[in-house]
Design a protein around this ligand. Structure first.
Ligand code: ADP
Ligand code: MG
Length: 700
């Protein structure tokens, strides 16, 4: 060791502990928060800015709105209400008074303030003997920091109790980030060359980082945000462009004839295809007839008829002597598909197998053999399909249902069992366009935006629990007319921690009293598969008039005669899930009804239920879902990790996404393997970001 006076050169790789102003204690807290080195600290972007324009005066606020307020600390202390202790602080902004209240973790908060401190608080305004914010976000402002008087724009950083306890609140972050910027900003390498930046009208990376943490004014801030968003979207689109390039490079087989099988199935359909289905089928036939392997996603709402399109496509491939594998994310869904495939393919007498994880050894061996020797022409299954033991004689096409629920590696594992097979993916999660460019950016997309003609949109109503008698009357009427109903519960058994309606209790109540003269069924996720199958089959055969269920009914049931779905604690479900559930009714020619029983009324859940009432359009619903929950929910768990978004916003950044997509695809068209000198830094950064994806692209 050298002497203690050694000065370390700080650079972006420097362990965060050794940054001036950090030290072991803060270093530990920062690492726990995910900031390991100085460079990562610079990418801890402000979550909000205080500036003159967004600060309210206390006499201007409305109850229920979110507001930023700045004022002086008047008084504070611990209080008691019943058995609850809380910490209350009163502030005064010379227009009025506001109290701030904290219930938990009181110990860290109680020694934070001094009378007379100038503070900024943010939160939802409530009214209890005066204006109040519960658990506000707050900052203690230093002299000269008050944005109202100085005209400065003051960045606010996300923090945690652990970080705050070592002084890393917004102010603490501002200090160490500015130290870091001073020490390393001159070392920041821009992967975009000056000509590139000029063409795209981008700030340099250094300027963007300086301005995002210390904006001179709103205009500079906007340019900084644009540059940093541009970076995130650009590299994602570059990934898509490179993936597509690698696939387009491959030569696949040509399946040019329609073939006997497809004709036999098509001629036996007892309905005619919608024009949207026909268009998608044309797209697919074009893909199959070209040498580039198909890589197409069909997006279509629940009930739009994706399955039959997939079956007809599969039949073309089988007619050419190749095999088809259909992979679904759950056993129930795999079984449902297997049944549909068997049913529709009956006229063609194809050999179809179902491969799931719970087969007996002998059954499994038989399927393995059939796939290997080509006796089995189509196989439907779960993840069981990508087990090592599975090999095909000639896998010509894979169909992946609900493809966003699989990771890229899983999809690749199945693809690798063939020789550049055609890939057809299906999804009923209508993904907003901006996000689709990102998640499925390397695929061709076909949309089925039309429901079969015999369908009437489901009528949806939100009701209070007090109206259940009316709801039950209505259900009896429907059942008397020969229709069937679902009642969905959020959980199986009652729980002490959650005050939710439980299916067990619900079923007992409904079957012994409310509907004692009707045939009821019951399924839930913990039931044995055989029992569940039995109940589902009874429902499908119309032996059950009302099926009580948990969300296992979400996938796998297609019963056109069912017209009512009641969802208890509807406020507990996400929008996409409600939409999927509702998709189980309205599948036949009778008018269907979805009744959402609301047991709670947080503003967000009220909004969700209103969305459900106002539209049956899956795209609108998914747009709302994206706004409410962010993009994470749209990615399979495995895929999730590859969008490390700090600043990108997939709902609002449409223009940037289109711009970066164009730029990235142009770049790859001109320099497929990123070999040109001017693209070297981009390539290095790409490898840094997507080290785990390199097997999907052609660069090294
Ligand atoms: P998805 O998989 O898109 O949710 P399905 O393929 O399961 O929808 O189709 C829903 C139901 O509609 C099925 O019973 C299917 O046989 C039927 N169906 C499909 N296409 C049509 C059509 N063009 N006309 C009438 N019924 C159709
Ligand atoms: Mg389906």
């Amino acid at each position: 060791m050298t002497s203690a006076t050694t000065y370390y050169q700080t650079n972006i790789d420097t362990d965060i502990t050794y940054l001036k102003g950090v030290g072991p204690q803060r270093g530990r807290a920062l690492k726990q928060f995910g900031i390991e080195n100085t460079g990562q600290l610079l990418y801890h972007f402000p979550r909000r800015y205080l500036d003159r324009t967004n600060i309210k005066k206390i006499n201007q606020v409305k109850i229920g709105e979110e507001a930023v307020l700045i004022g002086k600390v008047e008084s504070f202390g611990l209080k008691q209400a019943g058995r609850r202790r809380f910490f209350q602080l009163n502030m005064d902004d010379s227009y009025g008074y506001l109290s701030c209240v904290w219930f938990n973790g009181i110990s860290w908060i109680s020694d934070k303030f001094q009378i007379g401190d100038n503070i900024a608080v943010f939160g939802k305004i409530e009214f209890r003997n005066g204006f109040q914010i519960i658990h506000p976000e707050f900052d203690i402002l230093e002299e000269g920091e008050d944005p109202v008087n100085t005209g400065k724009i003051l960045p606010q950083y996300a923090s945690t109790a652990g970080l705050k306890s070592v002084g890393l609140d917004s102010r603490g972050f501002r200090k160490i980030i500015n130290i870091a910027l001073e020490l390393v900003s001159s070392q920041i390498i821009d992967y975009f060359t000056p000509p590139f930046r000029e063409e795209e009208e981008l700030y340099s990376l250094m300027d963007a980082l300086l301005q995002i943490h210390n904006p001179t004014d709103a205009h500079h801030l906007q340019s900084a945000v644009y540059r940093l968003k541009y970076d995130e979207h650009f590299f994602l689109q570059l990934l898509m462009a490179l993936k597509k390039m690698k696939r387009d490079d491959q030569r696949g087989r040509v399946f040019s004839k329609r073939g006997e099988y497809e004709k036999l199935i098509f001629d036996q359909l007892d309905f005619s295809l919608t024009s949207a289905q026909i268009q998608v089928l044309k797209d697919i036939r074009n893909d199959l007839g070209s040498t580039t392997p198909m890589n197409r996603l069909i997006q279509g709402d629940v009930g739009s008829g994706k399955t039959i399109v997939a079956i007809l496509a599969a039949a073309i491939v089988v007619s050419h002597g190749s095999q088809v594998a259909v992979m679904a994310p759950t056993e129930i869904l795999a079984e449902q598909h297997f049944k549909s495939f068997e049913l529709f393919c009956k006229p063609a007498e194809m050999k179809i197998a179902l491969l799931t994880g719970n087969l007996k050894k002998g059954e499994r061996e038989e399927i393995y053999n059939g796939l290997q020797n080509g006796h089995i022409q189509m196989v439907v299954g779960t993840h069981a399909l990508i087990q090592e033991g599975v090999s095909f004689q000639d896998l010509g096409m894979i169909i992946v249902d609900e493809q966003h629920r699989f990771g890229v590696e899983q999809r690749k594992a199945l693809i690798d069992k063939g020789y550049s097979p055609e890939v057809l993916a299906l999804t009923a999660t209508p993904i907003p366009r901006t996000l689709a460019f990102t998640i499925h950016g390397d695929m061709q997309i076909s949309i089925i935006d039309e429901l079969p003609k015999n369908r009437l949109p489901v009528i949806t109503k939100v009701v209070e629990p007090s109206r259940m008698e009316k709801v039950y009357d209505f259900m009896r009427k429907e059942m008397d007319a020969g229709r069937q109903c679902f009642v969905i519960f959020p959980i199986i058994e009652e729980s002490e921690t959650r005050d939710w309606k439980a299916a067990d209790t619900g079923f007992k109540h409904l079957s012994t009293s409310v509907f004692q003269n009707y045939q009821l069924g019951y399924i839930h996720g913990k039931m044995k598969k055989e029992e569940r199958d039995e109940q589902m089959a009874a429902m499908a055969d119309n032996h059950i008039q009302c099926l009580v269920a948990t969300t296992v009914v979400e996938v796998g049931i297609d019963i056109p005669n069912s017209t009512v779905m009641v969802i208890e604690n509807a406020e507990r479900f996400g929008l996409t899930q409600l939409h999927q559930l509702r998709g189980r009714i309205g599948r036949g020619s009778h008018q269907s009804y979805c009744i959402l029983v609301k047991h709670g009324d947080s503003p967000e859940s009220v909004h969700r239920l209103q969305v459900m009432e106002s539209t049956t359009d899956g795209f609108k619903i998914s747009d709302e879902d994206l706004k409410l929950r962010g993009p994470g929910e749209f990615f399979g768990k495995k895929q999730h990790g590859y969008i490390k978004s700090k600043i990108a916003n997939f709902t609002e950044d449409g223009a940037i996404i289109r711009q970066t997509r164009k730029r990235a695809f142009d770049l790859v068209a001109n320099d497929p393997n990123l070999q040109l000198e001017r693209n070297q830094k981009i390539k290095e950064q790409f490898i840094e970001n997507y080290r785990h994806m390199l097997e999907f692209v052609n660069i090294n």
